[in-house]
Design a protein around this ligand. Sequence first.
Ligand SMILES: [Zn+2]
Length: 377
Amino acid sequence: MDSGDLKRLKNLVEKRLDIETAYQISRGLRWQEATASWHSVEGMGETIGMTIQQRRMNQELPMQAISVPNIDGKQAPGLIKIAVIGDVHDQWEAVDGLALQQLGIDLALFVGDFGNESVEIVRAIAALDIPKAVIFGNHDAWYSASHWGKQKCPYDRSKEDRVQQQFDLLGDLHVGYGKRDFPDLNLTVVGARPFSWGGSEWKNPEFYQAHYGIHNFAESTAQIVAAADQAAYNTIIFLGHCGPSGLGDRPDDPCGKDWQPIGGDHGDPDFAAAIDQVRQQGKTIPLVAFGHMHHHLRHTKQSLRTPLLVSPEATVYLNAAAVPRIIQTDQTRQCNFSLVYLLNGTVLQSSLIWVDQNFTVTTEQILYSQPALAIEG
Ligand SMILES: [Zn+2]
């Protein structure tokens, strides 16, 4: 090991300078040495380190199945290219919408948390000229759902209702406790419980009573199943803010609890029960997309959250919450999307991509490839 290289790498990451050089130096170092150099760096530097780590994973992991995206998204008849947009947290600009168009996306799925009742971001997303479905997250009712939030509210709640403004902007684009049919794609997107905080406790009862007349998880499950019953198509994509329970109870599982006390399944039990019931009705469920539980873990910097699991029924469970979704440095601005390629009701491949200001995909981390394809590739 060359300790000079290690120092140089840490310096570049810390000062957010010349990420390309930092990446090239990192490739000459052993994995642990390289990652250790930015685990001591806070904030943006840490995020840049993670990006370098992802690029290395792309280089160093076997990539037999990379041929799927290389057919340019549209060449295989019936191939559907879906972008899942993880928790936005106030990071959305016009260029992100242009990126979705440049990428040739057939369907955009937004998992919510646009900001703390950030009406302007919801307005921008509602105006996007691309097929889409949206579910609101807990931050989208940050000052309206709980007593705590109402006390912190920076605007006069007797004069305006920003939750309602967001509902009005999206109209039937919002699929929480509802559904949206996509005839061109031969599928229906069904929304789970909107504004979810996750976990096994029924939170914000007055809010759910007022908006939906729902009082507990059982009623919530029934509402999601009722929405799926209205689906025009047999292929169902589920969209939630938090994912369903049942995906593991370790802190780095897709919905695992990474704050004190560490560990435990923080998924939504009503969502899990609804998926089970809809599956038993014989519907095809290729994808369950969600966010809320960020990829960066609160209890450790040594690893990231597992972003994707596949069930025995071949349903892909995708946590798209790679937060922050925009990384801005002196030289470049990159934003992330999770991509899912769907063909005939099954997921062929899923990846997390970073796109720069020229709409170039700078990083593609393959999260899943259908095994048969990997052999063919
Ligand atoms: Zn959230």
